[in-house]
Design a protein around this ligand. Structure first.
Ligand SMILES: NC(=O)c1ccc[n+]([C@@H]2O[C@H](COP(=O)([O-])OP(=O)(O)OC[C@H]3O[C@@H](n4cnc5c(N)ncnc54)[C@H](O)[C@@H]3O)[C@@H](O)[C@H]2O)c1
Length: 422
């Protein structure tokens, strides 16, 4: 019998996880959908043949109904996560919860307490833990390929157009509506560094700023919308150029284009750019999240890590260098190159396209996560989940500590007292 799923939030992430069920009908089946936007809700429900009576306008309506699935996928906007978890856990649904768990530290702690008190399975969507790349890298490191880890240098190259799409014009542009860009984008990276180093983080410092995407950087002659702008042809962040390229590329219809409009025709996209948020000049939006941030972390065993999150890169996989006492690793999200200090040998493992889920998003992590979660629910076995509530709380606390440090001018913050400073 397939595990039955209710999808809460039929946006980009909800659709991605639901697609796992379409491709693996023996393992999972979508039996309910909740979303207030009719076009997105109906399209997803139609794709999964969800009956009319199980299509809900809000997760709240679904939570009023008796339990009708094994698990709920919570893929709503960040600020609705914690309350939805509380309601669905009370109904004994197992939960796949998008990150961030919640935008505040107390709400994250409440999510964990709820999962533990009710005994439901809860997996946080830290998809990087489930990629073929991570599945190859971690055993190498654990087997001593670098000796003891002394330091890690990690880059999250968000990408100039991705940053403009999501963090200047899009849903994660404002701290008060979603969260800091570090929590939104890099709780994954902090979680992955914690997973990699395998030690508790003790102290964190951070600096960063909204360096570029604000009115003071606006070029002379720029209009409030790219459609009307005389200097648009020379602007790296032109919405008309970006979304015309997406329209011409079927692989980018699902993301990012379907976030801009459900009408994926030239006319539909033009209308969305003329009137909607994604056609705005990047120097004339109401954004406030930082576009460049550096975080340094000290772990309990003495290892350190630095993380750079930047808008000013090509969009691509994370890149990492691991410095150890007897070896060095350089990883680009696909290839892992190891230098052995004893032999001087340099070897490379190519994890690109490895495994059954490799073609899914986040380097195979999206379906890797789904595979693990569905198996955990089917077997009622929490050990199959690599991103459970406890470890996810630690990595979210790292993000809150980093942000508290940045706001305090870069002073180091003890992770253990972050709830008292954030
Ligand atoms: N794991 C990752 O790598 C990753 C990547 C991107 C986003 N996210 C997170 O996933 C979540 C969803 O992001 P997204 O990109 O799919 O956003 P999205 O805006 O495309 O989708 C969110 C959906 O939730 C719906 N929604 C709003 N209120 C609702 C309600 N009361 N009941 C049911 N649905 C409701 C919206 O209408 C929308 O369709 C967010 O928390 C986001 O931060 C995670």
């Amino acid at each position: 019998m397939p595990v039955t799923l209710a999808i809460v939030g039929a946006g980009a992430r909800g659709r991605t996880y639901a697609r796992y069920a379409l491709e693996h009908p023996d393992a999972a089946q979508v039996v309910a959908v909740a979303d207030p936007r009719p076009a997105y809700r109906e399209a997803l429900a139609d794709a999964h043949a969800v009956p009319a009576g199980r299509r809900y306008a809000s997760w709240r309506d679904l939570a009023e109904a008796p339990r009708l699935a094994d698990a709920v996928v919570v893929a709503t906007p960040d600020r609705q996560h914690a309350e939805a978890v509380a309601r669905f856990a009370a109904l004994r649904y197992d939960l796949l919860l998008e990150k961030p768990m919640a935008p505040t530290e107390p709400d994250c702690a409440a999510v964990v307490a709820t999962a533990e008190a009710t005994g439901v399975l809860l997996a946080v969507c830290h998809v990087l833990r489930y990629t073929p790349y991570t599945e190859a890298l971690l055993p190498l490191v654990r087997a001593g390929a670098v000796g003891a880890i002394v330091g890690v240098q990690h880059l999250e190259p968000v990408g100039w157009w991705h940053f403009a799409h999501s963090f200047v014009r899009g849903n994660w542009r404002r701290t008060d509506e979603s969260s800091s860009s570090l929590l939104a984008k890099c709780c994954h990276d902090l979680d992955w560094l914690y997973h990699l180093v395998g030690q508790e983080p003790v102290r964190i410092a951070s600096t960063g700023a909204l360096r570029h995407f604000h009115p003071a950087q606006r070029p002379a002659g720029a209009a409030d919308r790219c459609f009307d702008c005389g200097v648009e042809p020379d602007c790296p962040y032109s919405a008309t150029r970006l979304y015309a390229a997406c329209l011409a590329d079927p692989e980018r219809h699902e993301w990012p284009l379907s976030v801009v409009t459900p009408d994926l025709t030239p006319e539909g996209v033009a209308a969305a750019l003329r009137d909607g948020p994604y056609g705005r000049c990047v120097y004339a939006c109401d954004n406030d999240v930082v576009d460049h941030q550096v975080v340094t972390i000290e772990f309990a065993g003495g290892a350190t890590a630095s993380l750079t999150m930047s808008a000013f890169t090509p969009a691509g996989h994370r890149r990492t260098r691991i410095m150890g006492t007897r070896g060095f690793v350089e990883g680009d999200g696909e290839r892992i190159t190891v230098t052995d200090f004893v032999t001087g040998a340099v070897s490379t493992v190519d994890t690109n396209r490895a495994g059954p889920d490799a073609a899914s998003g986040h380097g195979g992590g999206d379906f890797g996560l789904m595979r693990a979660f569905v198996a955990a629910v089917a077997a009622r076995d929490a050990s199959l989940i690599r991103s459970g509530p406890r470890e996810s709380l630690v990595s979210h606390r790292m993000a809150f500590a980093a942000e508290a440090s940045r706001l305090a001018g870069g002073v180091p913050v003890d992770v253990s007292i972050v709830d008292r400073v954030s």
